[in-house]
Design a protein around this ligand. Structure first.
Ligand SMILES: *Cc1c(COP(=O)(O)O)cnc(C)c1O
Length: 392
């Protein structure tokens, strides 16, 4: 059976070159970087090479790169770590309602601990307005965190503009760039944020390893107590194969951006055009221009997204409803609700996220299968038949 993977925003397959680069660090170069002997120092050298490579991919200094266990930990470390370090200055935080749960739930937790959080408004395309951020700023505002690219609808937020406003006033800026790094150019000198989260498994690296970039002068508290690894901010013996894999995957992804970005955008447009041409009552979510090239969020009115997902799975096409993380829960996506979709429409949405292994032939098969399957499912549906005559 065909296996067409259109769920690259959930995770990606590790590139063969990345797996190969990691292999020696499981078996032959196994030392603990904290050991003083030569075997340990070989591990240390590999770790520091990986750190330097990541720093150069992001245009920052190696000492500003901290390896973590992934996007969730990086977000927690940035947001909780800064809130704890700066709470004497103020207890007001600003974020968006579109954040991944790995940031949103951190803010909800901080609210229970006495912090006040402003959730910025977003428009129908999922954009935050920097002017709304400016209006939200108070004397006691210490941190703003807005994601660079949304994982459900792909909208790219004006983080650079927000960062410029924040830094004028001494407010720290964090961005969850998990869905942006390796998809769009991310130059930290240009972006101007103080902290940025990324994770390897979203750009063809291994699962369970991520990075927090933290500007040199900014002080944050660690989440864990323990050894002095990662300059005390992330105690615990380092995941050297993971760091090596992350660095390699990042270098490859950034190096290929210029060709792979337009290629993916072309495939995504081919997918959207085909589906919109073949079906009535379908709409695309997100901003038409300000979005990552690999992701398309589509509402199929009169259908349950999950039913369509399962029917496509049978035909060898892997997609997702809103996001992998909220799959299996009954609540419609908080992102789709925040951009103004009613719960029924939010539940009729599928996310297609393309990757480097997808071909035009796969997209054509996907279009054909989606169009056929939606027509079939709608023909069973009493709502579409009676109400709208929308079987087509
Ligand atoms: C996947 C994802 C995360 C979580 O990263 P993990 O490495 O799986 O912990 C955080 N934020 C966004 C936007 C994501 O897409």
């Amino acid at each position: 059976m065909k296996e067409i993977y259109l769920d690259n925003a959930a995770t990606t397959a590790v590139r063969p070159e990345v797996a190969e680069a990691m292999l020696p660090y499981f078996t032959s170069v196994y030392g603990n970087p904290s050991s003083l002997h030569g075997i340990g120092q070989k591990g240390k050298e590999a770790l520091e090479r990986a750190r330097a490579d990541v720093a150069s991919s992001l245009n920052v200094e190696p000492r500003e790169i901290y390896f973590t266990s992934g996007g969730t930990e990086s977000n927690n470390l940035a947001i909780k770590g800064y809130a704890a370090a700066a709470m004497a200055k103020g207890r007001h935080l600003v974020t968006s309602p579109l954040e991944h749960h790995a940031a949103l739930y951190v803010f909800q937790q901080l609210e229970k601990q006495g912090f006040e959080v402003t959730y910025l408004p977003v428009d129908r395309s999922g954009l935050v307005d920097p002017a709304d951020f400016e209006r939200a700023i108070r004397d006691d505002t210490i941190l703003v965190s807005v994601m660079l690219a949304n994982n459900e609808i792909g909208t790219v937020e004006p983080v650079r503009e927000i960062a410029a406003l924040a830094r004028e006033r001494g407010i720290a800026v964090h961005t969850d760039a998990v869905q942006a790094v390796g998809k769009i150019p991310v130059d930290l000198q240009d972006l101007g944020v103080d902290m940025l989260s990324l994770t390897a498994h979203k750009f063809y690296g291994p699962k369970g390893v991520g990075v927090l970039y933290k500007r040199d002068q900014l002080e944050i508290r660690p989440l864990f107590e323990g050894g002095s690894q990662e300059r005390v901010l992330r105690p615990g013996t380092e995941n050297i194969p993971g760091a090596v894999g992350l660095a390699k995957a990042l270098k490859l992804a950034v190096g290929e951006l210029e060709t792979e970005g337009p290629r993916l955008a072309g495939l995504r447009d081919r997918l959207e055009k085909g589906i919109l041409a073949g079906l009535d009552h379908v709409t695309v979510n997100g901003h038409p221009g300000k979005r990552v090239p690999n992701l398309s969020s589509i509402n199929f009115s009169f259908l349950e997204g999950e039913a369509l997902l399962m029917a496509l799975d049978v035909k060898g096409i892997a997609v997702s409803t809103a996001s992998a993380c909220s799959a299996g829960t009954d609540d419609p996506s908080h992102v789709l609700r925040a951009i103004g979709l009613d719960p029924v429409t939010a539940r009729s949405t599928l996310r297609f996220s393309l990757g480097r292994n997808n071909t035009a032939g796969e997209i054509d098969y996907a279009v054909e299968t989606v169009v056929h399957t939606v027509k079939l499912l709608r023909s069973y549906s009493p709502v579409s038949a009676a109400g709208q005559g929308a079987g087509a």
